[in-house]
Design a protein. Structure first.
Length: 218
């Protein structure tokens, strides 16, 4: 499989984080996940963490200017020659900023994986999700349970429910996705970069589909 600069786009709960982690590990490239970076900043009570907390907990998008500033240092870093990017950009304004930054760094995107799942499946996945508060590994109590009760397989930490996985907040996040983020597919389609992968089956089958889509290219 070629080493790539890949962006994963899709609704909340489609499995972006699950698949992006696996893929980055297989490719040996960084997994840059905006949601994970924000939750880490919130847990650290950094200035940015305190600025974004209300947005994240309500399921609203963090304002573009703040988000672009927050993520750009990570994308510009030396180890990000190749990457699997997950959760950023989320608006056309953010996509414009990313396009410019990658162009200036001569690191253009190779492919955009549009991972699909229905709203009903998203609700099932997110309301059953548990997360490791230390390494942020996502589990699902039915589809992907931890080996030992409610503890992380990797570091043994007790799993938690994300505050934004409450049913009302999940419904709001879906509305925000359809309103503000879905149009990104069109933005990248115009650049000839999008492959659409059906995310509705089990994790292994979805991983295989993503591998094949990358091999075939956009
Ligand atoms: P973020 O953390 O990026 O959340 P999200 O995009 O809503 O995505 P999720 O993490 O909820 O879902 P996922 O698609 O990664 O699914 P997962 O693999 O975990 O962002 C959180 C918040 O931060 C945003 O709401 C916003 O406030 C803010 N933010 C972040 N980036 C921003 C930006 N660029 N601009 C502005 N604000 C920003 O899977 C879900 C569950 O399903 C898990 O339990 C998993 O085990 C299970 N599962 C996965 N795949 C399968 C499968 N194939 N079959 C069955 N179960 C599966």
């Amino acid at each position: 499989m070629p080493i790539v600069r890949l962006l994963m786009v899709g609704p909340p709960g489609a499995g972006k984080g699950t698949q992006a982690r696996r893929l980055a590990e297989r490719l040996g490239v960084p997994h840059i996940a905006s949601g994970e970076l924000l939750r880490q900043a919130m847990a650290d009570h950094s200035v940015v963490g305190d600025q974004v907390r209300d947005y994240v907990e309500r399921g609203d998008l963090v304002p573009d200017e703040l988000m672009i500033h927050f993520i750009s240092a990570r994308i510009d870093s030396a180890d990000a020659e190749h990457f699997v990017l997950d959760g950023f950009p989320r608006t056309v304004t953010q996509a414009g900023a990313l396009d410019l930054a990658l162009q200036e760094a001569s690191r253009p995107l190779d492919i955009v994986v549009h991972l699909t799942a229905t709203d009903e499946e998203v609700v099932r996945r997110l309301t059953g999700r548990r997360m490791c508060p230390v390494c942020q590994h996502p589990y699902h109590m039915i589809y992907n349970p931890p080996a030992d009760d409610e503890k992380c397989d990797d570091d043994g930490s007790p799993l938690v429910t994300r505050t934004d996985d409450q049913p009302d907040t999940v419904m709001h996040r879906l509305e925000v996705y359809h309103r503000d983020t879905e149009e990104l597919i069109h933005h990248y389609d115009k650049q000839g970069l999008v492959v659409t992968v059906d995310g509705m089956d089990g994790m292994e089958l979805v991983s295989e589909r993503i591998d094949k889509a990358i091999e075939a290219g956009p």
